[in-house]
Design a protein around this ligand. Structure first.
Ligand code: MTE
Length: 333
């Protein structure tokens, strides 16, 4: 018999908006309007920030049928749930950070221009044999499941999202790294003709992120191919992104084309740009402020109350052991 024990992160949070109220709002968020060029991520949401509403227009469809659409929806793994309302789909799919398409939150229409087929993913560096695989073959080979995860952006907004995908450990197994590999460097596509943000030369394109191989093997590290029971759309990082729910959202790199196994710690996009604000580890910790704002509280998208941020975003029991014996490391930015 399979026993499902209530996981540690399924915490009750009484101070959040009841789901009925929340779902009733059907409101969209207006573009942030913060000046961010060269200044890094936008900074915290403030009181009233989410009260600027647009009409009820959803993301535009590019009319293409995803070749893996028949696989969805996928059964939910109840070991991964959050005792907080799931964020309204429209909010999660129209309020985005995807600097390749612009530095405001309303990039969902511009992102539809990204051609997500054909798409290949390359595994290279310290692996038994380099290989490039077609995304549809990869998705069909992997054990897909749905998981509901928290997502905490470094800017202080947060959401709760049902992602579909597979454990990153499966990807590592497929890549077959050699025993010398210590890190996985991940890279987003580079298409300046399609993605206007990539023509802005002050950014260190392409977007790069990294984790240790040990972090990649942690069961929480999740490769995402779908959202809300459907194939993931361009604005959320189609056709393949990652969800690292215990880390600030900028670690969750979108539209990945390359995984490089290496013994050198990767320097991420944001770290390259502003090293004193964004580091390699970026684990969520409400007690360690960003140099320009507090991280103690967060504002759920669509909610009307700020709630306390949790250590490791509520996943402490699952991941804290990864960070023992790391004295001297800046683990929380
Ligand atoms: N990945 C790429 N390639 N480009 C980006 O600008 N933004 C990051 C992350 N992944 C980003 C990215 C940030 S700051 C956040 S908070 C999340 O994506 C936002 O994911 P969402 O738009 O699906 O909510």
């Amino acid at each position: 018999m399979q026993i499902h024990k209530k996981p540690r992160w399924a915490l009750s949070e009484n101070d959040v908006t009841p789901e009925t109220v929340f779902r009733g709002r059907r409101a969209l968020l207006k573009a942030a309007g913060y000046g961010v060029l060269g200044a890094g991520l936008a900074g915290p949401a403030h009181a009233g920030f989410f009260d600027n509403l647009l009409g009820n227009s959803g993301p535009t469809s590019d009319g293409e049928v995803d070749p893996t659409a028949d696989l969805y929806p996928v059964g939910r793994n109840d070991d991964y749930q959050v005792m907080r309302p799931i964020t309204d789909e429209k909010l999660a799919t129209t309020y985005n950070n995807f600097y390749e398409f612009g530095s405001n939150k309303s990039i969902y229409q511009a992102a539809q221009k990204l051609p997500i087929r054909p798409w290949t993913v390359t595994f290279d560096g310290m692996v038994e044999a380099e290989k490039t695989v077609d995304i549809d073959t990869l998705i069909r080979e992997m054990p897909l499941e749905e998981r509901v995860y928290r997502h905490r952006c470094v800017e202080t907004w947060s959401m709760v999202v049902p992602w579909t995908g597979f454990q990153m450990s499966e990807l590592v197994k497929l890549a077959k790294p050699t025993s010398d590999a210590r890190y996985v460097r991940m890279e987003t596509f580079m298409e300046p003709d399609i993605a206007p943000g990539q023509r802005q030369s002050w950014y260190p394109w392409p977007y790069v992120e990294g984790v240790t191989v040990e972090e990649a093997m942690n069961p929480l590290a999740f490769m995402v191919t779908g959202i809300y029971g459907k194939p993931i759309e361009e604005q959320n990082g189609a056709p393949l992104r990652i969800a690292l729910p215990w880390k600030y959202g900028f670690k969750s790199i979108k539209s990945i084309v390359r995984f490089t196994f290496t013994d050198e710690r990767p320097v991420s996009f944001w770290e390259q740009l502003i090293p004193n604000e964004y580091g390699f580890w970026a684990n969520v910790n409400p007690e360690v402020a960003h140099p320009r704002w507090s991280q103690a509280m967060e504002e759920p998208l669509g909610g009307n109350a700020r709630i306390p941020t949790l250590l490791y975003n509520g996943y402490e029991e699952e991941v804290a052991s990864l960070y023992q014996n790391k004295e001297g490391e800046k683990l929380y930015y």
